[in-house]
Ligand binder design. Structure first.
Ligand SMILES: *Cc1c(COP(=O)(O)O)cnc(C)c1O
Length: 432
């Protein structure tokens, strides 16, 4: 999956202009500037809703979000009272059975979906499978039996590996071929042979925000449904699934939604498709009357038919508690802060690091940027190890990419200043 050309370290990239109010090369007053921006940040108070330590700059929330402070107490209650004392009664009395759709509705607001279209459960990988096979089955029904007409599943060629692997299997199962296409070309490639389009909303490696409106419009013009993977966008920027008429979406909850390691993923099934959604994993939790225990499968109405088996209640309810931090949060403010943080970081790295030592692969244009900054540099793994040793935690992706995730709910401009300075120091000090 290396079709996405990345700029090479040592080559010059277009200069990144500093955000308004940030000078590209202030003397030693960067921290004063950062403090000024923090004081004006309408989301600053939310940092206190997370368990973080002042010694560490945590820029890996795009891989594992920080722990929301409300979660440990809620989990203690779930274990002590709901499991420990109420035991099986909790499936009804504590609302365990309906948790997947109840928590789905909480996530719905964050991805621009009206209630009743999102269920929580399983991993993103499993939900990619459900959504993609379900999408292909929709076009098969619309066009009559698959007569070699719609026989291609398109996927953006920079896709996160699991999506590509699962899509390959979904293609084999449905008599299709998987066709990797650069994300920017998906609109022009979608055509009469397209059975479904799977697109990563934000590229996990480069941080590029793909044009979901254009992909969706073109797929629909070609008569094909779209499955969007929101792993790196939900919680980092507004996603307008209903308004864009996206057909299916999936995403994980342990990145920008801070649900905890391995917390369950979600599946969005657009209301108009729900009656015809034919899940390839028709488990008993998605049955219309699960406790009748009948031999025949009759799918539940609504998004509930996207459920499979017994939900992972401890992780599910930790996620529910984690989502409380979003109450009243304006996603437009989240997006504005995300762009301000990433602008600030790009500008400060450009100003402080030795020339061409770390080359941005994340687009400078706001319209094409998610909430992470990826920099290409030589010895990236060693550079990241040294950064982590000095208290700046990002991560490394093959072959030579440093990733820094900016979580608008808890990352400050002071964190960002510190990260840029530490990175510049490490790049300056290392043997050349
Ligand atoms: C993180 C991520 C995944 C992870 O899938 P899991 O099933 O949770 O392991 C999948 N797709 C994308 C695009 C991701 O960023």
């Amino acid at each position: 999956m290396s079709e996405n050309p990345l700029p090479t370290p040592g080559t010059t990239s277009p200069p990144v202009s500093p955000p308004a109010g940030v000078s590209a090369s202030p003397p030693a007053d960067g921290f004063a500037e950062a403090a000024r921006l923090d004081a004006a940040d309408p989301l600053a108070a939310l940092r206190r809703a997370f368990v973080l330590d002042d010694d560490t700059v945590y820029l890996d929330g795009n891989s594992l979000g920080a722990l929301p402070a409300a979660v440990p107490g809620r989990l203690a209650e779930v274990i002590g009272r709901e499991w420990g004392e109420l035991r099986i009664r909790s499936w009804t009395e504590s609302g365990w059975w309906t948790a997947p759709q109840r928590i789905g509705d909480r996530i719905a607001r964050l991805i621009g979906a009206a209630p009743g279209q999102v269920v929580v459960g399983d991993s993103t990988s499993v939900n990619v499978f459900k959504a993609l096979v379900g999408a292909v089955r929709l076009t098969a029904t619309a066009d009559g039996p698959r007569g070699g007409v719609r026989d291609q599943i398109l996927v953006d060629s920079g896709t996160f590996p699991t999506d590509g692997y699962i899509a390959g299997s979904a293609a084999r199962m449905t008599g299709c071929t998987l066709v990797p296409v650069p994300a920017a070309d998906l609109p022009s490639v979608a055509g009469p042979r397209t059975a479904a389009v799977l697109v990563n909303h934000v590229d996990y490696r480069t941080g590029e925000l793909h044009n979901l409106p254009a992909v969706t419009a073109a797929a629909h013009a070609a008569g094909a449904p779209v499955v969007a993977d929101l792993c790196h966008s939900a919680g980092a920027l507004p996603v307008n699934l209903d308004a864009l008429r996206v057909d299916f979406a999936v995403g994980c909850t342990y990145k920008y939604l801070n649900g905890g390691p391995g917390s369950p993923a979600y599946l969005y099934i657009r209301a108009e498709h729900q009656d015809r959604f034919d899940s390839p994993l028709p488990g008993w939790n998605g049955h219309r009357a699960p406790f009748e225990m009948t031999a025949d499968y009759r799918p539940a109405p609504g998004a509930v038919r996207g459920r499979v088996g017994t939900p992972d209640i401890l992780s599910m309810l930790a996620l529910e508690a984690a989502l409380e931090v979003w109450d009243g949060v304006d996603l437009a403010e989240v997006r504005a802060k995300s762009l301000a943080l990433t602008d600030y970081f790009l500008a400060r790295v450009a100003a402080l690091a030795p020339e061409a030592s770390a080359v941005p692969v994340t687009p400078a244009e706001h319209a094409r940027r998610g909430s992470q900054v990826s920099l290409r540099c030589t010895d990236a793994a060693a550079v990241m190890a040294e950064l982590i040793r000095r208290g700046v935690v990002g991560d490394f992706r093959e072959p030579d990419v440093l990733r820094f995730g900016f979580t608008p709910l808890y990352t400050s401009f002071t964190d960002t200043e510190r990260a840029a300075r530490t990175l510049a120091t490490v790049l300056r000090e290392r043997p050349r």
